[in-house]
Design a protein around this ligand. Structure first.
Ligand SMILES: Cc1ncc(C[n+]2csc(CCOP(=O)(O)OP(=O)(O)O)c2C)c(N)n1
Ligand SMILES: [Mg+2]
Length: 910
């Protein structure tokens, strides 16, 4: 009501009183000026807020610390010892990167990110981050990826890593399982890192949904998460990623006061300033505040406090407010006199204010992010914020490359500098006051030495005591079943084996039935986490709303419009469904949070994330890759799959390539089931692989996998599972679905997957009835699984050429068949082509839907993309003709029969 004239729409109940207030303001402006007027207004607003007079939050505050000096808490640490510890860590982090690049030129690593954020982390390590050694899951800390050297350096001080470990930074291959990965990667260092963060933006959005998922676990009484905080460290440049800021409002809407963002505002990204012409901290403050966050700015170090206290005319504040980041960066590289002349100098009052300070003093006026007391105050404020319902963003102003010396600090090229000369190293040593620990002689060698204080030293004792008090070392990834999971009873799956009894249903409906069965399971049921991004009705999953209820932290404050319907939109504090709204990135983040709870919390739950398949891998592919890195376990369900099965929707909806994209992710088990019983078998096997200790279909031992299943929306009678078909047959990727009819003279093999089965089955009938061809039908549930097994066999053979060769499974299976092989899919031809190489000597014809999608009926689309019954028949006949079994005339006759024009344009080119 304050802004944009909207106040004029309200009645003025006492115009005289209003006028008096306005006149007073005018008088203040006239007599004392605008600065004073602004001050008074701010005090009024503050008082109003204290008196619960609500008005819209202002989104920006002056360019000063949010916590004034007089509100700063007492700092409980030992300043001196902590400074020593920080110096050791700074040194070792730099030494590690420098040594790595001496050893292997170009191996990379980053010096300046951690140099800017050392205090940001150390205050956390010494006073806030909770570990897991006391049996609790502790805090969840998302480290900024490029700051990894500092985290390794601390682990070295704590005795968790040895010198030899540090010397394998970015040299993972030479020392299997014991190298230090470039960045946080649980896939590569499963006992150390928990959260992969280096793809910019993914850490922040994951952290938000993680904090929300902790609330879900609490509200559903699956785990007491009330003492765990989620800390996310991110860069200011990283805030340009849409994922970083895109979910901020969810955090405040869900009242995630268990979440703390620490933004390292060193004003620089990789190439140069983040906002040379503006102020990133002010911009971020407005964004976070506007989204309802509690914002704590840590801009100036303690030495500025006395200057601000003298700023009666507001000139210093004005200078702070109007200096752009490009200039601040300049001040960070110039000497003190430059600041005296350019920052303070132009205004005589400012010049006077710092007249008593030497150039050296001016140069050392620190930024808030390098001042541990200011940081401590901010962190404490954030931690004490619990109960307010507001997430906290701490915006810390730092200098990129801080302490690394004039050639590196604040330079535009600083991000990419990985080497230091002997002179630079010596200057760093001096700057960190490590002359005693690292004498000149130690710097004479080829490589800078590491320094670790002895176990008897006061620094080591202090550091270890702090971590002990806080529950042990961080980061640490542990898999322990605090609340073990019990797998569902077989009946949940068995129901789908019986088929649909002639009723036409889709695999999506079959899956929904399965999901309901699983959720109803006595023991397992509560561990099912259905995730949907505003598409449940499209998938026919709205039937679950009432039964499982939609999770809503605040319950349901209204009577839904459809309250009288059986399937009403039911929200509840202990609802089971995560109905995410239209955010595939958010839903993926929930998927990761849920699918890693077995390790982050020791409470396994199983996410089933169902989405529009077109908006999966292509939309959030990077998050899916992150899920694999995070060792996420769960199920991705790509519904409305298939370029011709999803009719009408056209080019931006019809997915004919997610299976191709999925095939690039090693941990992803990819399936394209045709029938409901296949879906059931795959999910069952997957659950047992993740939590039941069974291996993958080819003996793979890794339980940290997730599944991608396509689901179609085409209805057809679901066949029952044949008695001889085992779960293993289905999950290994290919099994014979129907024998060839006896009688016809010629033989062929048709492979189908997903919804392509109906055209394939009709073609087999037509071939037998009209063309004297007996085709057997195989269901190809996973070309990816077949290919991986075949590649493994091929590799083994290459490396063991002296012994009897292994035969790939697919070669063996299809070796039983005869005639040309036609593989039909509703996806691109490259999907079945994954196995083409492994059926040597056979004519292999893939039929698929390469090309841009378009709107029409299924029949028209399948004819257009040449995957319908006539095209399969013709392909089989063409294969037989090529193999010399039937004359070409037969192919031509078939084409004429179906009206297939050989000169029709290629759907790929249209
Ligand atoms: C998605 C993505 N794009 C690009 C990069 C490459 N990259 C790595 S660090 C970096 C700059 C980071 O700047 P900032 O977030 O400000 O972090 P700082 O090092 O300054 O703390 C870039 C562009 C990346 N890691 N991820
Ligand atoms: Mg930066």
């Amino acid at each position: 009501m304050l802004f944009d004239g909207s106040v004029h729409q309200l009645p003025d109940t006492d115009p005289g009183e209003t006028q008096e207030w306005l006149d007073s303001l005018d008088a203040v402006i006239d007599v004392h000026g605008k600065v004073r007027a602004r001050y008074l207004l701010s005090r009024l607003l503050e008082r109003a807020r204290e008196s619960q007079v609500s008005f819209p939050a202002t989104v920006s505050t002056p360019y000063v610390n949010s916590i004034p000096r007089e509100y700063e808490p007492w700092f409980p640490g030992d300043e001196h010892i902590e400074r020593r510890i920080r110096a050791y860590i700074r040194w070792n982090a730099a030494a590690m990167v420098v040594r790595a690049n001496r050893e292997a030129d170009g191996i990379g690593g980053h010096l300046s990110t951690f140099a800017s954020s050392a205090s940001l982390y150390e205050v956390g390590f010494n006073h806030f981050f909770r570990g897991k050694d006391d049996g609790t899951p502790g805090d969840h800390v998302y480290f900024q990826g490029h700051a990894a050297p500092g985290v390794y350096a601390r682990a070295f001080l704590e005795g968790r890593l040895a010198e030899d470990d540090l010397d394998h930074f970015r040299r993972e291959i030479g020392r299997p399982g014991r190298g230090l990965s470039s960045y946080p990667h649980p896939r590569l260092m499963p006992d150390f890192w928990e959260f992969p963060t280096v793809s910019m933006g993914l850490g922040p959005i994951s952290a938000i949904y993680h904090a929300r998922f902790n609330r879900y676990l609490l509200n559903r009484q699956l785990d007491d998460t009330s003492t765990s905080r989620v800390w996310a460290y991110l860069g200011d440049g990283e805030c340009d990623e849409p994922e970083t800021l895109g979910a901020l409002s969810l955090a405040s809407r869900e009242q995630l006061d268990n979440l703390i963002f620490v933004v390292n505002c060193n004003l620089q990204r990789l190439d140069g300033p983040v906002r040379g012409n503006g102020k990133i901290i002010q911009e971020l403050e407005a964004v976070f505040r506007g989204a309802g966050w509690n914002v704590i700015k840590v801009i100036w170090g303690s030495k500025w406090d006395e200057l601000l206290a003298q700023d009666k005319d507001g000139v210093l504040l004005n200078r702070m407010n109007t200096t752009v980041d490009g200039e601040f960066q300049r001040y960070s590289v110039e000497d003190g006199n430059f600041a005296r002349e350019n920052f303070f100098g132009p205004d005589p009052r400012l010049r006077q204010m710092v007249a008593h300070l030497s150039d050296e003093d001016l140069r050392n006026l620190p930024r808030g992010g390098h001042d541990y007391k200011k940081l401590y105050a901010a962190y404490r404020g954030a931690v004490q914020n619990l109960g307010t319902g507001r997430p906290t963003a701490i915006l810390c102003k730092t200098i990129k490359g801080w302490t690394l010396g004039p050639d590196i600090e604040g330079r535009n090229a600083t991000h990419q500098i990985k080497k230091m000369t002997a002179v630079q190293l010596r200057a760093l040593r001096d700057r960190l006051h490590l002359e005693g620990e690292i004498p000149d002689a130690a710097l004479e060698g080829e490589v800078p030495p590491y320094f670790r204080p002895s176990e008897g030293s006061i620094e080591y004792q202090y550091l270890m005591e702090r971590r002990r008090a806080l529950g042990g070392s961080v980061p640490k990834r542990i898999v322990r079943a605090r609340r073990p999971i019990e797998l569902p009873a077989d009946e949940s799956f068995a129901e789908l084996d019986g088929g649909s009894g002639g009723q036409s249903v889709s695999t999506t409906m079959g899956f929904t039935r399965l999901l309901r069965n699983l959720a109803r399971d006595d023991k397992f049921g509560s561990r099912v986490v259905p995730i949907i991004p505003d598409e449940a009705r499209t998938f026919g999953m709205d039937s679950l709303f009432r039964e499982l209820k939609i999770y809503a932290a605040q319950g349901q404050k209204y009577e839904p419009v459809d309250h009288d319907l059986l399937l009403s939109y039911t929200e509840s504090t202990n609802g089971q469904i995560l109905e995410e709204g239209i955010t595939e990135a958010g839903a993926m983040s929930s998927f990761i949070a849920a699918g890693t709870a077995y390790s982050t919390r020791g409470v396994p739950v199983v996410p089933f994330y169902t989405f529009y398949s077109m908006f999966g891998f292509q939309r959030v592919g990077d998050l899916i890759w992150q899920a694999a890195d995070s060792r996420t376990r769960g199920f991705l369900l790509g519904a409305t799959a298939g370029r011709t099965t999803l009719l009408g929707e056209g080019l931006q909806h019809q997915d004919g390539h997610s299976l191709v994209l999925a095939s690039t992710v090693p941990a992803c088990q990819v399936y394209d089931p045709a029938f409901a019983y296949e879906v059931a078998a795959i999910v069952k096997h997957g659950l047992h692989r993740m939590y039941g200790g069974i291996a993958g279909p080819n003996g793979e031992l890794d339980p940290d996998v997730f599944y991608y299943l396509t689901l179609y929306n085409e209805n057809y009678p679901m066949p029952a599972r044949e008695a001889g078909v085992s779960d293993l047959d289905i999950v290994q990727g290919l099994y014979k679905w129907a024998e060839a009819p006896t009688g016809p003279s010629h033989r062929a093999t048709i492979l189908f997957s997903g919804s392509a089965h109906s055209a394939a089955r009709a073609a087999a009938e037509e071939l037998a009835n009209v063309f004297d061809v007996a085709a057997e039908l195989w269901s190809a549930t996973s070309y990816k699984a077949l290919r991986e097994e075949a590649l493994a066999a091929e590799r083994w053979n290459r490396l063991h050429s002296d012994v009897v060769a292994r035969t790939p499974l697919v070669t063996e299976l299809l070796g039983e068949t005869t005639g040309p092989i036609v593989a039909v899919t509703d996806f691109m031809k490259i999907v079945p082509e994954q196995i083409a190489r492994f059926v040597p000597g056979r004519t292999f014809i893939p039929l698929g839907t390469d090309g841009m999608g378009r709107s029409d009926t299924r029949e028209a689309l399948r004819s257009f993309f040449e995957v319908d019954t006539p095209n399969i028949v013709v392909a089989v006949l063409a294969g037989l003709a090529r193999d010399g079994h039937v004359p070409y005339r037969v192919v031509a006759e078939a084409m004429a029969k179906y009206g297939l024009d050989p000169e029709r344009s290629d759907p790929y080119a249209v």
